[in-house]
Design a protein around this ligand. Sequence first.
Ligand SMILES: [Zn+2]
Length: 387
Amino acid sequence: MVIAADLLWDGINDKPLSNWGMEIVGERIRNVTPIDQLDTSVEEMVILRDCTIMPGLIDSHTHLSMDASLENYLDHMSDPLEELTARAIAMMKKDLDAGITTCRCLGDREFLDVACKEAIESGLVQGPNILIATRGIKSPTGHGFVGYPFEGADEIVRAIRENARAGADLIKIYISGTLKGSGNLPSFLRREEIRIAIETAHECGLPVASHCVGGEGLDWALELGLDTLEHAYHITAEQIEKLSNSNTKLVLTPGPMLSDQRIQHLPKNLIPGHCEEKDEIYNNMASMIAAKIPFALGTDGMHGSLHEEIQYAVDMGASHVEALKAATIHGAKVCGIEENTGSLETSKYADLIIVKGNPFQEVSALKNIEMVMKRGDVVVRLDNKET
Ligand SMILES: [Zn+2]
């Protein structure tokens, strides 16, 4: 198959190229080239006007069965497992329709993400390629709406090994809460527990992601070799410096803190604190962006709305290319799958989207999905194009 459009952004260049296209054979990209050099003897050729071809989007932090568009969406994480599974199936389709060809699930109820991943891989249901954390691991006294409590180092080791056996692609731990309040952001896991969690996960060949917004737990996690830092809402200037000198990758999730609609959908007792800390959190995220720390983006359960997170990143000072890379190639790096996806290059998977307009001018162009291709299969396609 050959596809071409007025603009093509490969996920690497700083801007889209005019009149480029690509050849796809099976699951993979054979060639990315100017239109006049494309092989025109192929079975199917799609040329789109006023459109941009770009890598499929990567939601680097979500929860399959969470639907943040629901009122009291955190309470709904306690719905019966059957309901949560049905919701997850709907959410995965919503993601795919919105151009998300890969997502990373940072913990879900029981092991429902294992079943969801298998259902997608077998073709039973439609959704993005998924990486799963299975059960999130938290302290019995700690924060974590989609985490399970484990007491002490021995239980944490057991939980990580069980998650690994069940098919986890990564391990999720909860170090801090989310709001600062008047306190100093205590770490709910002891330093030794964080160390043993990272060591055990690495023994199992899995990276560790942590919900951590700041406090001394963030320092410990960076020192101990945490793989991905999620949220970092209350990171300090000193910690930004440490983060930029570490191997820990950053995943920003602006929406839960900056979207008024989402804040209003939180449990009533959490709403005032979120409103109070919103500006500070905005500034802290803007500081990380200004420090040029590469970041990926996640919706944290607002399925199909990664474009909103990209817009927030731009509002906070990221260039369009930085924000779009956050949702593509940097997401692939956070997931550890950049050899195979995240940019449009020869021999990578044909995971791509075609949108009407130019997302380098208007991020909202990402809402105008014309086509979604996942591993060479056209999974979403509008009918109004020349072929
Ligand atoms: Zn989350």
